[in-house]
Design a protein around this ligand. Structure first.
Ligand code: PMP
Length: 451
């Protein structure tokens, strides 16, 4: 891809996009996608010669940064050897990726079912839980995202579900802990944790435990706001699942593979689910890949009985080769440790300092390279900077803030009334500091809307 400015090529790319590409989650006539010329490490650039510091990691997936040479080489080498082979065969990159992933996942999650991404991983986790328990229902949290396919979108607990909800998927939603906007009117983390667990257990009891196959949770909810759960919550959910014979599914599609400064977010609390979904960071999205890590007990259900699910590209050799290279490189180059250190030493303190200076910042939360700034009109009332699920004029303050970031050369992930600071796990100290300085400047745009 080009590194020199080439506005004519950019215009051609854009024109073909506008004529023929149908974009996700968008009103096709109201969007103006940036034409991207190339990317490397923590940066990408357009055809006009503008460079952006990628504080989004795209959709929070390029954990190893853009165009890591070891991953690119592994894909090229695998392409020369064997591009594709059906999932019914044992092939080297697939078995090696499964071995490496099973070696990193907690507890006895020893078997890996591969998918092409996160939503399919969630679909299959739900299917496994239903078949394993013989029960129909699944519980998932409000303020969550689990993907855009049938079961996954029904589990999703935010407005992306609303237009897609058939109302018939056997999903019941509950509230997970979120002290800043506590559904339980709690004042401390301990209260929030205790009340959230009581609420969840009540939900199970009143739904009828014998009808509940699974509880599905993002370990740290991502697109819904990066709410780090209070200590004790996930262990408490584990206990509820054990008490009622419910399968505990942790969705680590976004939080997994280094994002939180540990290989998996569950490692922060030593919790072992029965099924764990992953995607994104497993190979930084260089080739689509996701999957479900399966406990020995659930795998045993399908030892003599066939598993009734599969995908043509399950464990695609190019995707798996890039996963092997990504995981090996992350381990050898200390990339997970880098994410933890950058979070503890640079991003965490730096973002808290921004919060002190900018009245629009209501709360800073996160860990590793997984941070959210929650923006408000008024710190006392916590009124969000824009209304929940705002669009058009109502969303103007957030649109202006996003535009100010981008004009300054910073590309964070922006959702509702939040800026997510989610750079690659490879981000350097100086890049992180540069990004904070650019954000500091852009936040003045949000401050203008405060009380
Ligand atoms: N689960 C979580 C927690 C996610 O963040 C996402 C994607 N943002 C998904 C599932 C769906 O993954 P995909 O888009 O790869 O289908």
């Amino acid at each position: 891809m080009s590194t020199l400015p080439d506005p004519a090529l950019g215009a051609a790319v854009k024109a073909a996009d506008r004529a023929h590409v149908f974009h996700s989650w968008s009103a096709q006539g109201l969007i103006d996608p940036l034409a991207v010329a190339g990317a490397e490490g923590s940066y990408f650039w357009d055809f006009e010669g503008n460079r952006y510091l990628d504080f989004s990691s795209q959709l929070v997936n390029t954990n190893i940064g853009h165009q890591h040479p070891r991953v690119v080489a592994a894909i090229q080498e695998q392409a020369a050897r064997l591009c594709t082979f059906a999932p019914g065969f044992a092939v080297e990159p697939r078995s090696e990726a499964a071995r490496l992933i099973a070696g990193r996942t907690p507890g006895d999650l020893n078997r890996i079912f591969f998918t092409n991404g996160g939503a399919e991983a969630v679909e299959n986790a739900v299917r496994m839980a239903r078949l394993h328990t013989g029960r129909p229902k699944v519980l998932s949290a409000y303020r969550s995202y689990h993907g855009a396919t049938a079961a996954a979108i029904h589990l999703t607990g935010d407005p992306r579900r609303w237009p897609n909800d058939s109302g018939a998927a056997g999903v019941v939603h509950f509230w997970a802990p979120f002290l800043y906007r506590s559904p339980f009117h709690a004042e401390t983390e301990e209260q929030e944790c205790e009340r959230a667990l009581r609420h969840l257990e009540d939900t199970v009891v009143f739904e009828g435990p014998a009808t509940v196959a699974a509880i599905v949770l993002e370990t740290v909810p991502g697109t819904a706001g990066i709410m780090v759960p209070p200590d004790g919550y996930l262990a408490g959910v584990r206990e509820i699942c054990d008490r009622y014979g419910i399968v505990f599914v942790l969705d680590e599609v976004m939080a997994g593979f280094g994002r939180t400064g540990r290989w998996f977010a569950a490692d922060h609390w030593g919790v072992v689910p029965d099924l764990m979904t992953f995607a994104k960071g497993v190979n930084s999205g260089y080739v689509p890949l996701g999957g479900v890590a399966i406990s020995d007990e659930i795998a045993a259900t399908f030892e003599k009985r066939p598993y009734p699910g599969g995908l043509t590209y399950s464990g695609h050799p190019l995707a798996c080769a890039s996963a092997v290279a990504t995981i090996t490189t992350m381990a050898e180059e200390g990339i997970v440790e880098n994410a933890a250190r950058i979070g503890a030493d640079v991003l965490g303190p730096g973002l808290r300092e921004l919060a002190e200076r900018h009245p629009a910042v209501g709360e800073v939360r996160g860990l590793g390279v997984f941070w959210a700034l929650e923006l408000v009109r008024d710190r006392t009332t916590r009124e969000p900077l824009v209304p929940y699920n705002a669009a058009g004029e109502d969303n103007a303050p957030m649109a202006a803030l996003a535009a100010a970031c981008r004009a300054a050369g910073l590309w964070p992930f922006v959702n509702m009334n939040r800026i997510h600071v989610v750079p690659p796990c490879t981000v350097t100290d100086s890049e992180a500091k540069d990004g904070l300085a650019l954000l500091d400047e852009a936040l003045t745009v949000a401050d203008r809307h405060t009380a």
